[in-house]
Design a binder for this molecule. Structure first.
Ligand code: DC
Length: 217
C-alpha cells in the first residue's frame, strides 16, 4: 500500500508521516531530502547546476536523514544548511532535477510492499496510483506559528519574518511551472489548523482501515 502525504510548508507533513509509518511499520520516503541531497552534493563538489551534471547522478542513497550519499559522496552534514535550503528550493524548479528525483524515488519504492511518501508532488506526479493521497493543509498564520516554535531554539527569525518566508515559499511552490503544489482531485484533504498531530494521524489511520475493509469486500 502506498500512502502519499503532500501539502505546503508547516502543515506537519514530516511528523505525521513518521508517526503514521511507525504505526503501520512502513518505511517513509521524505522526498525533500532528495532535493536537499542533490543541492548539498552540487555545493560540496563545487559542481555547476547543469543538465549533464544532474543526469550523471547515478545514485542517491538515503539511509536516514543523517546518512545520505550522492554518487558515493557523503552529504549528510550539510542537508539542513541555509545554502542547501536555498539551492534545493531553486533546483526543485528544474525539470531534469524533478525527473531525477522521481526516478530515484520510484526505484526505491519497488523495494517495499508498503510505504509512506512525503513531499509536494508525491500524490499528484510521482505516485499517481497511490492507494491513499493525503493532502495536509492549515491556515498561513498557524503554519507560520508552528514553524516559528520549531525554530525558536535556533533563534533565527521572528514570527513576522517566518510568516513572510512561508508566504513566499507557498507562492513558489504553487506557481512553479513544473509539478506545482496542487490538491489532487482524488486527495483526502485534511485541514489541520485546529488539530493536534496525533489527531491527524488518527484520522488518516481510520481512513486506511476503511480502505482496507472496502478492499477486502
Ligand atoms: O520538504 P523540504 O523542506 O525538505 O524540501 C526541500 C525543498 O525541496 C523545498 O524547497 C521543496 C522542494 N520539494 C519539492 O519541490 N518537491 C517535493 N516533492 C519535495 C520537496
Amino acid at each position: 500500500m502506498i500512502i502519499t502525504i503532500d501539502g505546503p510548508a508547516g502543515t506537519g507533513k514530516s511528523t505525521v508521516s513518521r508517526l503514521l509509518a511507525e504505526r503501520l511499520s512502513y518505511p517513509v520516503i521524505y522526498s525533500g531530502l532528495y532535493y536537499r541531497a542533490i543541492a548539498a552534493y552540487l555545493i560540496q563538489e563545487e559542481l555547476l547546476v547543469q543538465v549533464e551534471v544532474i543526469k550523471a547522478i547515478e545514485n542517491i542513497v538515503v539511509k536516514s536523514d543523517k546518512e545520505v550519499k550522492v554518487n558515493g559522496k557523503d552529504v549528510s552534514s550539510q542537508l539542513r544548511a541555509p545554502e542547501v535550503d536555498r539551492l534545493s528550493s531553486k533546483i526543485s524548479q528544474l525539470l531534469v532535477v524533478r525527473e531525477k528525483v522521481g526516478e530515484v524515488i520510484k526505484k526505491e519504492a519497488k523495494n517495499y510492499e508498503g510505504l509512506v511518501a512525503e513531499g509536494r508532488d508525491m500524490g499528484s506526479v510521482v505516485f499517481k496510483d497511490a492507494d491513499l493521497k493525503v493532502y495536509l493543509d492549515a491556515s498561513l498564520s498557524e503554519r507560520a506559528h508552528r514553524r516559528y516554535l520549531e525554530d525558536v531554539g535556533e533563534g533565527n527569525l521572528n514570527l513576522d519574518e517566518v510568516l513572510a518566508e512561508i508566504r513566499k515559499r507557498d507562492e513558489e511552490d504553487s506557481q512553479r511551472k513544473i509539478s506545482p503544489l496542487i490538491i489532487p482531485s482524488d486527495a483526502f484533504y485534511i485541514d489541520t489548523t485546529e488539530m493536534e498531530v496525533n489527531q491527524v494521524v488518527e484520522v488518516i489511520t481510520n481512513k486506511i482501515t476503511q480502505l482496507k475493509v472496502k478492499g477486502s469486500r
